[in-house]
Design a protein around this ligand. Structure first.
Ligand code: BGC
Length: 731
């Protein structure tokens, strides 16, 4: 009997331990994520841990002939890959290697720059903000997430939320403009759109807030350079979008290239650890920007790659994007005792956590689908077109030149008119230029049977060649109106695309001058990745609108606005300076010692078009501000309302921007600060009430140089357009 029992227990033990070996806890989808992480971590060797913290690249295109090499080179234990494919085949192949050939079968996380769409490209972020429609941005990011995830991408390096006030910096195109609050609102919207409610769904991806932090302050708009940011400005200008993004659950952040007042963003213990991890309790991970660890050498804070690895890692950068610093040095740094083992474990935990949350351990492979099943779904195109439509800003409309519904002959001229490629904008992921509708084609379709649309190139984007001027003048002379399409090439904005002036090249301005001489109305259509200097073009244009870089919808939304089928409603998310020499110029500058002096002596000191400027084909009249209480105690809240009437002859959509002003405070505060906005349809003859629920702790307070909030007693002004109402906070 004893022998039988012993035998049975032995069999049971063998079976049980066998079961345990084949089905370790971390592979059990029913176990809580934190338990799975600990179980896996306990099994990992030093080398395996280090490899989780590295990111290499995979593939350059879909050409199967090119793929064998990179796949074979990639270690099965690699933590992450940047995936350049547009379908899941290669990803799945490499994932198989990770799952089957690495000892523990840890899935790879595949990342990619899905910035404003994956295949269905919607307008650049700077334009998106001009639509003032966070719900729509959330939906657009949802489209991007679905296309990306179903194509093998788990993680997007987006949103870029660097407040930027220098249009010379090419990367202004990638962010939501000059205002901290606006950036924060769209950060939350995009994180929600990308990650959804459940990151493990096959339609969601992990988001990445970038570039943490202050990259938008790059000196004189030169990319990758020094940025001078005091702690006060760091907090009141640059941190808010990140704080809100972390609160919204963003899985990851990317550390920046820029040097923040002597401490590079990728070696900054204060921002990366003290604030992000300790104070904000972010439990995902930070990836370096491409090479930003290695670049601590040229930035002059590390002598070699090993020291760079040490500095970045200790500061709080968990993953090394294409530096080859961590895979080569981190293990040794741990063995030498320079990097504490618990810090390494913490970093690995963070990476694993995001992988678990993405469901990669349980579903490492991407389901195979056709392009038709994932790209250009009717609903996706609808969202992209609506966003492009709402982001068009009507800057000028003298004598009601627009809408253009009476002309019989429309001449469309300029380098933007026939381009597809340049309308996609920077970072166009897997966007296809062939699928973009040109301005000319869109206008021909829009005016079919109503007006004749003719076309001439006029000139190229730059250079000095005027050989096409004559033809353009002939085409214009034979038309009733000129739609002059000027602007920037796709790669004039985005990374490493700084410009010394934000004026358009002279050849484009000269073309405009020549065409104006014909005496026809000139409608200037702009497409660019930044605000432009228009002081020479503005006086010779009867109407001006910008469609930015609109993405796949191309000229279609513009055509609807020009014809008047759609009433424009966009408003600027970034100031259009009068001249490049005014930069930096932004609406929320701090109060100055002599508000009426210190002006430029040669040009106006005000911008050409200020933040939140944008016209409509109808007119809106703002009534009087009404406040629920003019005096409140700390801890109390209040509501302000304003009636807005549509006094024109057609329906229109109006965004109301609510600003606050604190005239006297412990620190000198901006002359006004945006705290809320609301967009509503106001039908012809109708009046709508817009309402701002003020939470003084949130909306009237300021932060100090360590992010601590203060609400002071005293007077505050609430501003809407040219209306102002005073309220008081008492103890
Ligand atoms: C850019 C990032 C981008 C990364 C990966 C870097 O050069 O600065 O914004 O996400 O490359 O492509």
């Amino acid at each position: 009997m004893k022998k039988v029992t012993l035998l049975l227990s032995l069999i049971a033990l063998t079976l049980f331990s066998g079961y345990k070996a084949e089905n370790p806890l971390y592979k059990d989808a029913k176990q809580p994520i934190e338990k799975r992480i600990e179980d896996l971590l306990a099994r990992m060797t030093l080398e395996e841990k280090v490899m989780q913290l590295n990111q290499f690249t995979l593939g350059r295109n879909d050409n199967a002939n090119n793929m064998a090499d990179p796949v074979n080179d990639i270690p099965a234990q690699i933590g992450s890959l940047i995936y350049f494919g547009s379908n899941a085949d290669l990803r799945n192949k490499v994932q198989k290697k990770a799952m089957e050939q690495s000892r523990l079968g840890i899935p790879i996380i595949f990342g990619y720059d899905v910035i404003h769409g994956f295949r269905t490209i919607y307008p650049i972020s700077l334009a998106q903000a001009c639509a003032w429609n966070p719900k729509l941005v959330e939906q657009a990011c949802g489209v991007a997430a679905q296309e990306a995830r179903m194509s093998g991408v788990d993680w997007t390096f987006s949103p870029m939320i660097d407040v930027a006030r220098d249009g010379r910096w090419g990367r202004v195109a990638e962010g939501y403009g000059e205002d901290p609050y606006t950036n924060a609102v769209f950060t939350v919207a995009s994180v929600k759109g990308y990650q959804g409610k459940d990151m493990s769904s096959e339609k969601n991806v992990a988001a990445c807030l970038k570039h943490y932090v202050g990259y938008g302050a790059s000196e004189a708009g030169r990319d990758y350079v020094y940025s001078e940011i005091s702690r006060q400005t760091l907090w009141d200008t640059y941190m808010l979008p990140y704080e809100q993004g972390v609160k919204a659950g963003a899985a990851t952040l990317m550390s920046s290239f820029n040097d923040i007042s002597g401490t590079p963003g990728s070696a900054n213990h204060y921002t990366l650890t003290e604030v992000l991890k300790n104070r904000w309790k972010h439990d995902g991970f930070v990836v370096s920007d491409w090479g930003s660890i290695e670049q601590l050498r040229p930035q002059g804070v590390a002598a070699n790659k090993k020291e760079a690895a040490l500095k970045a890692f200790i500061a709080g950068v968990e993953m090394d994007m294409m530096n080859r610093c961590y895979d080569n040095h981190l293990g040794q740094l741990v063995t030498e005792g320079k990097v504490p083992e618990n810090l390494l474990n913490d970093a690995v935990r963070r990476v694993l956590r995001v992988k678990f949350r993405l469901g990669l351990f349980d579903r490492p492979y991407t389901r195979t689908t056709t392009e038709k099943q994932r790209f250009y779904l009717p609903e996706s195109m609808k969202i992209a077109e609506q966003l492009a439509e709402e982001s068009i800003v009507l800057l000028k409309n003298q004598n009601k030149t627009l809408p253009l519904n009476k002309a019989a002959k429309i001449a469309v001229i300029g380098p933007i008119a026939q381009t597809k490629w340049h309308l996609l904008g920077s970072w166009a992921a897997q966007g296809n230029a062939e699928d973009v509708t040109t301005v000319v084609d869109a206008l021909k379709a829009e005016y079919k049977g109503k007006a004749e649309v003719t076309y001439a190139l006029g000139c190229d984007f730059d250079g000095q060649d005027k050989k096409n001027f004559e033809e353009a003048k002939n085409v214009a002379a034979n038309a009733d109106v000129v739609v002059l399409c000027l602007g920037e090439k796709k790669n004039w904005s985005g990374e490493n695309a700084s410009r010394s002036t934000i004026a358009l090249p002279q050849i484009q301005e000269e073309l405009a001058v020549e065409l104006k001489k014909l005496g026809k109305p000139v409608i200037l259509v702009l497409s660019s990745g930044r605000p432009l200097e228009l002081n020479r073009l503005e006086p010779i244009s009867d109407a001006i609108l910008t469609m930015w870089h609109p993405g796949t919808p191309g000229g279609k939304p513009l055509a609807r606005v020009l014809s008047g089928r759609v009433n424009p409603s966009g408003k600027l998310s970034m100031t259009f300076p009068y001249s490049t020499g005014q930069i930096p110029i932004y609406y929320n500058y701090r109060q100055s010692a002599r508000p009426h002096q210190g002006k430029y002596q040669d040009i106006q000191s005000t911008p050409l078009y200020e933040f939140a400027h944008g016209l409509s084909y109808t007119t809106f009249q703002y009534g009087d501000l009404k406040v629920s209480a003019t005096q409140i105690k700390r801890g109390e809240k209040l509501t302000v309302e304003i009636p807005v009437s549509n006094t024109g002859d057609r329906d229109g959509v109006e965004t109301v921007h609510w600003f606050i002003q604190d005239p006297v405070s412990t620190i000198s505060r901006p002359i006004k600060e945006l705290k809320y906005f609301e967009k509503q349809l106001v039908k012809k003859g109708e009046t709508k009430i817009y309402q701002f629920d003020i939470d003084p702790e949130r909306d009237l307070s300021f932060v100090d140089g360590d992010g601590k909030r203060f609400l002071e007693t005293g007077d505050y002004n609430i501003l809407v357009k040219n209306k102002k109402i005073k309220i008081e906070i008492v103890d």
